[in-house]
Structure formats: structure tokens, C-alpha cells
Design a protein around this ligand. Structure first.
Ligand SMILES: *Cc1c(COP(=O)(O)O)cnc(C)c1O
Length: 416
């Protein structure tokens, strides 16, 4: 469910026609719906109400300050994966007892900062990292809280690049290593082993892989008599991009709650895509329409892989909708960007009513891993981010300018 719908043939965000928005704001831009965002967050919270879990929004899916602030105000915590995300989490005033920190490569500096800030815990991904945290905490005269990220070796049936919980992936530690860590906790005097973390991948549309993974972890906890305060089951819930039928928050909760209720630990969830994925779109303008030598039609738009990388990186499907519906014959189009790469496309072979230059198109489901993966490739300023809230369009990140492109760069004096 989302609030990007046609009314009288014009695509709206909530009650605002996109035809009005493109008049005020140059394309390309990301556009988010506050109503949709809140709705998805509340759905997750409602589904798990009886356990009252801590829901830590995964900042890597969308780290815009306003988006994060909205969720923090609504009671969410934040799941961070870098010093930069921790900085942004603090910037929006997220209470530090609601911040968890994963990443296989936390540096000494990042660890120190997080201990200073007294975050809820680190999701630790290796023994060397645990030793590093213990050493740094010791030096600081502190005790650092950690959860051990286990790799349950479960295939979630999603894209290879967003599969994280199988044994050939770099994430977490296997059960044997986790067992050794809990058995020899006294080796890490400056660390408090507070929890277990798992995150098996992203855009997972079925409940079964989550259930298998959680069961494996619960078996592990029971057979080793491990005492923890927190079980963090990660994120990864899939959304509709195309014809997927993803498990709903309620179906997911209905299977997960029986496994984890009446346990001596609290639950943490780390959804990203589920909350923001369908709450945002990328709006672009058709610059040219051309027919290639093979007879194929290309709609060349003013947004490219630098703005939305998912199609190029994962061959991800994003629905393309014309901002103004046209009753015309349909053709197959490759919707491509201006970037000098053959992999620069938003959609391939997509059947759409005739497209003309000057038309506006909406790339749906672009709220998660959209702007956060944007780059300046081809020296293109990154796009603006807009939010529709309370019937108004607000800029929550200005489009970059050419000046932004050279910030921090210089021509050396001897070259002048
Ligand atoms: C990416 C990530 C998430 C969020 O994944 P979604 O598929 O967006 O829900 C949660 N936890 C960890 C550790 C992650 O790396």
C-alpha cells in the first residue's frame, strides 16, 4: 500500500498532483509520502504490539535527516552501519539507547565514538572485532555492550548481492565461533555480551527463511544455556516492486511471535525497505525518445544510475508510471539515463503507452536504497529529496549544485 495513485489520470502523492510538483521543482527528484512512511512503521509496530519490540530503522536504506527524525519521533530506534550514520543518528536526536551498530569493518575510531556515545550495543561480526572492542573499551575504562551476529546459514531466496546469512558470506560468525565466544566471555572483560543478532538478507518475500533462521538461533541459545537480554532478528522483509506477494507484517509477526514470546529477552527488529521502500518514488523527465538501429525504442530520461543504482546493480525491477496517463498505443521501451554506461537504465523492454519527450515519469518503489546509493558519477549533482507532509511539499534535501561537485577539490598551485 502506498499513497502514489492516479486521480483523474494524474499521478498524485497523497492529495498533491505531481503535475504541480514538477512545475515548482526541477527533475530529477525523490519524492516521499509521510502518510505512507508512517503507515508502514505503524503496521510493523501494530503487528508486534504484544512484544513491544524496539524497531530500529535501518539507516542505510534511507538516511535523510527528516525521514529518520519522523521515525525517531514515532518511537523508532536506528540501525547504523558506519560512523557517518551514527553521526546522522545523533544529529536527529535519536536516544542512544535506541541505536544499534552493525558492519563487518568497524574501525577503531568508529568503535571509540560509539562507546563514548553509549549506544545500546554493537552487533559484532567477528572475533577480531570483539577483541578490538574489548581493547578500546578497556582503554576508555568502559564496558561495551555487544550482541554477537550469528550467520545461521539460511538461503533466503533473494538476489545474491542481498543475501547475507549463508556461510560463504562475510557477515557474522558461525554457531561454533559464537559458542566459543559465550563460553569464554571472561576473555573479554570490557565487554558485556547482551544479545544475539541475525540478519539473513533483504527483499525476502516469504516468512519461512526467517522462521528457520530464528529457530536455529533459539536452538543454539537453549542448547548452550546462553543468557541474553536482546534478540535482534534484523530486517529484510520484502515489498512489492512488481508482482511479488510479500508476507505482510501481520503474517510475519504471526509466525515469529510464538517463537519468541515468554522468553527472557526482548526483541529488536531492523526493517529498512519495508518501511521506506514504497514510501518514495524518483521523478524524472523524458529528454528524448529515439529508435535504435535494431528498431528498439529508448526513452532517455534525466535520471540515471547515479541517481538510482538498483536496476544496474541488482537488475532490480521498478515500475515506471507516466505522471499523466495517456490513452495511446503502447510500445516497448528501454528507459535509460544519460550516463555513459550501457548498464545505465531504469527499465528494460517496458511496455508503456507512447512516451514523448517532455513527459514526466515516476520510478516507483524508490524510497529504499535509492538516494542513499546515489553518486556523482559523470559529475552529476545528486537529486533533491522532497516530502509531502500535511498537504504540503517540503524540500528535505536540496538538489546539489555544480559547486557541490568540486567541494574539497583543488587544483594544486604548481599546476596553475
Ligand atoms: C541492510 C540491513 C538491514 C535492513 O534490511 P532491509 O532489507 O532494508 O529491511 C537490517 N539490518 C542489517 C544488519 C542490515 O545490514
Amino acid at each position: 500500500m502506498h499513497e502514489f495513485t492516479y486521480k483523474k489520470g494524474i499521478l498524485h502523492c497523497e492529495d498533491i498532483p505531481l503535475t504541480d510538483i514538477v512545475r515548482e521543482h526541477p527533475t530529477p527528484f525523490y519524492l516521499y509520502s509521510y502518510g505512507t512512511l508512517m503507515d508502514h512503521f505503524q503496521k510493523m509496530r501494530e503487528a508486534f504490539r504484544e512484544l513491544d519490540p524496539l524497531i530500529c530503522f535501518s539507516m542505510k536504506s534511507n538516511s535523510n535527516l527528516s525521514i529518520c527524525k519522523i521515525l525517531v519521533n514515532a518511537g523508532a530506534g536506528l540501525d547504523v552501519v558506519s560512523g557517518g550514520e551514527l553521526y546522522k543518528a545523533l544529529k536527529v536526536g535519536c536516544p542512544t539507547e535506541r541505536i544499534v551498530y552493525a558492519s563487518v569493518g568497524k574501525t577503531a575510531e568508529e568503535i571509540k565514538e560509539a562507546i563514548q556515545r553509549d549506544i545500546l550495543f554493537f552487533n559484532v561480526e567477528s572475533v577480531p572485532e570483539l577483541i578490538m572492542i574489548d581493547t578500546i573499551a578497556g582503554r576508555m575504562g568502559r564496558k561495551a555492550r555487544v550482541a554477537i551476529r550469528v550467520n545461521p546459514d539460511i538461503k533466503p531466496g533473494t538476489h545474491e548481492y542481498i543475501t547475507t546469512g549463508t556461510k560463504e558470506k562475510k557477515f557474522g560468525v558461525d554457531f561454533k565461533v559464537a559458542e566459543d565466544i559465550f563460553d569464554s566471555a571472561n576473555k573479554y572483560p570490557n565487554v558485556a555480551l547482551k544479545g544475539i543478532h541475525l540478519h539473513i538478507g533483504s527483499q525476502i518475500t516469504e516468512t519461512a527463511p526467517f522462521v528457520s533462521a530464528i529457530k536455529k538461533v533459539l536452538d543454539f541459545i537453549e542448547s548452550n544455556n546462553i543468557e541474553i537480554e536482546w534478540l535482534n532478528i534484523g530486517g529484510g522483509l520484502g515489498i512489492v516492486y512488481d508482482k511479488e506477494k510479500p508476507t505482510t507484517a501481520h503474517e510475519f509477526a504471526a509466525e515469529v511471535i510464538p517463537l519468541v514470546k515468554n522468553k527472557p529477552f526482548k526483541l529488536i527488529l531492523e526493517p529498512g525497505r519495508f518501511i521506506i521502500g514504497n514510501s518514495g518514488i524518483l521523478v524524472c523527465k523524458v529528454v528524448y525518445v529515439k529508435t535504435g538501429a535494431s528498431g528498439k525504442k529508448f526513452a532517455i530520461v534525466d535520471a540515471g544510475m547515479n541517481d538510482l543504482l538498483r536496476p544496474s546493480l541488482y537488475r532490480a525491477y521498478h515500475e515506471i508510471r507516466p505522471v499523466v496517463e495517456r490513452k495511446a498505443e503502447s510500445y516497448k521501451y528501454d528507459v535509460v539515463g544519460p550516463i555513459c554506461e550501457s548498464g545505465d537504465y531504469l527499465a528494460l523492454g517496458r511496455e508503456l503507452p507512447e512516451i514523448l519527450s517532455g513527459d514526466y515519469l515516476a520510478v516507483m518503489g524508490a524510497g529504499a536504497y535509492g538516494f542513499t546509493m546515489a553518486s556523482n558519477y559523470n559529475s552529476r549533482p545528486r537529486p533533491a529529496e522532497l516530502l509531502v507532509m500535511n498537504g504540503e511539499v517540503r524540500v528535505i534535501r536540496a538538489a546539489e549544485t555544480y559547486r557541490d561537485l568540486v567541494r574539497g577539490e583543488k587544483v594544486l598551485n604548481e599546476l596553475k
